[in-house]
Design a protein around this ligand. Structure first.
Ligand code: B3K
Ligand code: ZN
Length: 873
């Protein structure tokens, strides 16, 4: 397959100013008539042919300025439509295609989900609807007429504002016309036709315009859409207040569908969502689900400015909209909830997914320079590391200049398809700073490692920190240059009393910009040996190695003013212990006891003051985190044993306290998903987990009781999750009651599939195979597949990485089955193999064989072909 390169970008030879679409929906023979008002691009080549993109299209007719073209005048295939002699002045091209939405299992283009019609066009799905210049720098005004059988699709939605609707006389059909006045790229096109329930409200924007907001869901589930609608309203208000961004159409519609390849899609004025990120009720959704819904509703709404009004020139610039929009949704959630708690959650995800990717054969820059399949670049690197870059920029230039730069960027680039350079130029222009070195964050892949050593000079009362940095080689990038790394830092005294230390290399915001391979900074006026608190708030996406003994790190847990680093200190100590235990270290009893004691002291002083934060402190790094930390010759069984043992020992050492907290945190009264209540539940459930690790039979009793008395899904699922760690009859019985109770609730069954797939015991693979026969499972539905198969491959370290290779062979067979239906889904599953080189030899050999068995198959999709070959490289 051809490689697409950033350096080969050139402007389109033609432009499309306006597109009129007439879509007559039919289950298997949908007719699309596209009328394109086009002209040559003054910036294009003067005598280039017109080549429109297609994908599995069936052309019925094509005419130019009203004249039907004969076979000699064009060249059509399912993949393209070429007109060698296109006019040199404005012209109108009319194209009729026929498509089959029912046969569309790729869930790209126009497809059906639960009987409804919907679309997904990003990145290159519009070409599955009609021939087009399907690239993000072609901005057009769209008018869409949708027609359907009234009984089949009473609701017809399009981008922009509704213009007219009515019956098609003499038939059972009806139609609706939508007009979107804002020129947009084709990837933001959407339409929906179906039978849907609606909740809505009116929103008044900051300049006083009225907008009709609506969320459409499966009829009968309207009461589960209220939280999403509320999150939308809060997002709109927040973007006005924090970024000065106002909404720009008369309506904003969100539609939930049950078959969807990712989380959601920001189509102009018509967001389409995976129903998992819309539907919520206390009985069916967890606190985490509520938080995800809030974040994703916000994310897609924020795209209206960062993505839609200012879009991407080409797909290499994907981080321009995604990294920025993730940053914006993170800030929103931080403002709506607890900032430090949210920051910790962000960093946990970043490390678990992006650091993992950066350390794998799939590592790539935030702005890649080449791709074979763009769908494979909607990654943690583009999204999460992309957001970290925006955050670092803000840390370096400060809040006020950041806001001024954002305003300039939005004003200057509004209505254009922009680049990362345009984004950075706005900040250079408002600050006068040279951001050339900073821009390396977009180009250079891999996670920088920063090593720091402290030196205290008692006589001089100074404290010096020596910094070095290096970034390991990654595919295509053997050598690296120094990065501009903002280090937010401070010094902490052993008893927590304030220090009057000063350092002229640290700015007023407490930030040192570390931008050389090595550098040293010196604090003066330091009366006693301090503990350095580095990368406060995780000020840069780097791996820190800090040469400090555990007891000094634990000073930070107790006394740091930065919550993130309090949590980080506990994690670092836990990680050291887990990694040492997993790789055979003996005699760690004293260290483990000291750590348990520090946690006990922390529980006494802090747990009830901030339960959400305490829950994070009490949760040990995951098995996958430990594997990543060890990095080579990984034995997942040893890690599992080490973590189980640590949980048991911490649980035993603190069981009185855990009990006390478990009782104290019991809540009566009705469920509320707010962050504070959720925090109490998360701490209570973290306590339950440790209690069960310490005393199996007591844990089982508590968990079963909690399961039976739970008033909400968060507590019910948490108790079931604890039970999955305790093999026996109680677990099996509770699992089967849960499965029975929710057999008609697909999104709840997903949780049930996921929990079982993650059971770290022999027999789980057989359980997963059995569950694939469950009536609630379907290989065609991405949510089901990700819950059952994805959880097994990504969350079950010991069973996926079985020493006999059966876990790998199983995943390989599912990837091949899924690939025939839905390549994007298959390629995502396949990324579970990206850790294979870290494993010890036996596992590594089995993994390589499984990967080879995929690579050797003929007719792989481009998606799977690309991932498998890069993973093996
Ligand atoms: N922009 C979409 C992702 C599209 C993925 C296409 N393979 C959702 C989002 O990031 O907001
Ligand atoms: Zn996005």
């Amino acid at each position: 397959t051809p490689i697409v390169r950033l350096e080969d970008y050139r402007p389109s030879d033609f432009l499309i100013d306006h597109l009129e679409l007439d879509v007559r929906l039919h289950p298997t023979q949908t007719r699309v008539v596209a009328t394109l008002r086009m002209r040559p691009n003054p910036e294009g080549r003067p005598d280039a042919p017109l080549v429109l993109d297609g994908d599995e299209l069936n052309l019925k007719a094509v005419s130019l300025d009203g004249r039907i073209l004969t076979g000699e005048e064009f060249d059509a295939s399912p993949q393209s439509l070429k007109i060698a002699q296109a006019p040199r002045q404005p012209f109108t091209l009319t194209i009729e295609t026929e498509i089959d939405p029912t046969a569309n299992t790729k869930l790209m283009g126009l497809y059906r989900s639960g009987g409804n019609y919907c679309t997904q066009c990003e990145a290159e799905g519009f070409r599955r609807i009609t021939y087009f210049l399907d690239r993000p720098d072609i901005l057009s005004v769209y008018t869409t007429r949708i027609e359907a059988e009234r009984s089949e699709a009473p609701v017809l939605l399009g981008n922009g504002n509704p213009v007219e609707s009515g019956p098609v006389e003499g038939t059972d059909r009806h139609y609706a016309v939508w007009h979107d006045p804002h020129p947009k790229p084709s990837y933001l096109f959407a339409l929906v036709g179906g039978s849907l329930g609606r909740v809505g409200k009116t929103f008044t924007t900051m300049s006083g315009r009225k907008v009709e907001l609506a969320v459409y869901v499966e009829p009968g589930k309207e009461d589960r859409a209220d939280y999403a609608l509320d999150a939308l309203e809060r997002s709109m208000r927040w973007d006005e207040r924090v970024f000065g961004r106002e909404y720009d159409l008369d309506v904003f519609n969100i539609v939930a569908v049950s078959d969807f390849n990712m989380g959601a899609m920001e189509n102009k004025g018509l967001n389409i969502f995976n129903d998992k990120y819309v539907l919520a009720s206390p009985e069916t959704a967890t606190d985490q689900d509520y938080a995800n819904i809030e974040a994703i509703i916000a994310h897609e709404y924020f795209h209206n400015w960062s993505g839609n009004r200012v879009t991407c020139r080409d797909w290499f610039q994907l981080c321009l909209k995604e990294g920025l929009t993730v940053f914006r949704d993170q800030e929103f959630s931080s403002d709506e909830r607890s900032r430090p708690v949210h920051r910790i959650a962000e960093v946990k995800t970043l490390r678990a997914r992006q650091f993992l990717e950066d350390a794998s054969p799939l590592a790539h820059p935030v702005r890649p320079s080449q791709y074979r399949e763009i769908n494979n670049f909607y990654t943690a690197t583009v999204y999460e590391k992309g957001a970290e870059i925006v955050r670092m920029l803000k840390t370096i230039i400060g809040d006020d200049d950041f806001r001024r730069g954002m305003d300039l960027y939005f004003d200057r680039c509004d209505g254009t398809a922009a680049t990362v350079e345009d984004f950075l130029a706005a900040f250079t222009d408002v600050t006068g700073r040279d951001l050339t070195q900073f821009a390396r964050w977009y180009e250079q892949s891999g996670t920088p490692r920063v090593a720091v050593k402290g030196h205290y000079d008692e006589a001089a009362q100074t404290y010096r920190l020596d910094f070095t940095q290096n970034t390991p080689p990654t595919p295509g990038q053997p050598t690296k240059e120094a990065m501009a790394i903002p280090v937010a830092l401070g010094l902490v005294s052993h008893d927590g009393s304030p220090l009057g230390a000063a350092c002229d290399r640290v700015d007023a915001r407490g930030v040192f910009l570390f931008d050389e391979p090595a550098d040293s900074i010196t604090f003066t006026n330091v009366p006693a040996l301090p503990v350095p608190s580095l990368f406060r708030g995780f000020s840069a996406p780097v791996k820190l190695s800090l040469d400090l003994p555990n007891e000094e790190l634990l000073v930070l847990l107790r006394h740091d003013t930065d919550s993130f680093n309090r949590w980080q200190a506990a994690q670092t100590v836990a990680m050291r212990l887990l990694a040492a235990l997993s790789t055979g270290a003996q005699k760690l009893d004293e260290e483990i006891d000291a750590f348990s004691e520090a946690l006990c002291a922390f529980m006494d002083s802090d747990a009830l003051a901030d339960p959400a934060f305490a829950a994070l402190v009490l949760t040990l790094p995951s098995e996958a985190d430990v594997a990543q930390d060890i990095g080579k010759d990984v034995d997942p069984d040893a890690i599992h044993r080490a973590r189980t043992d640590m949980r048991r020992r911490i649980g035993k050492a603190s069981s009185q306290r855990l009990h006390g907290l478990y009782e104290a945190l019991a809540v009566s009264g009705s469920y509320s998903p707010d962050a504070e209540s959720a925090g109490r539940r998360s701490l209570r459930n973290a306590c339950l987990d440790l209690l069960a690790a310490a005393d199996r039979s007591m844990g089982e009793t508590l968990a079963v009781t909690q399961f039976e008395t739970a008033s909400n899904m968060t507590d019910r699922l948490a108790s079931l999750s604890v039970l999955t760690t305790l093999p026996g009859a109680a677990r099996e019985e509770t699992l089967s009651r849960f499965g029975e109770r929710y057999r008609n609730e697909p999104l709840v069954l997903d949780k049930w599939f996921a929990l079982q797939a993650a059971i770290p015991e022999d027999g789980t693979l057989e359980r997963v195979t059995r569950l694939m026969e469950h009536p609630g499972f379907s290989i065609a539905n991405p949510n089901r597949v990700r819950s059952l198969i994805g959880s097994f491959a990504m969350l079950n370290q010991v069973q996926f990485n079985r020493t006999d290779g059966a876990g790998y062979r199983f995943l390989a067979s599912i990837v091949l089955r899924a690939d025939a239906l839905n390549p994007q889904l298959a390629a995502r599953l396949l990324t579970a193999f990206s850790t294979w080189r870290m494993m010890e030899g036996t596992r590594r050999r089995h993994a390589e064989e499984a990967l080879q068995s995929i690579a050797q198959k003929p007719n792989l999709s481009r998606d799977v072909g690309d991932i498998v070959s890069r993973t093996l490289d």
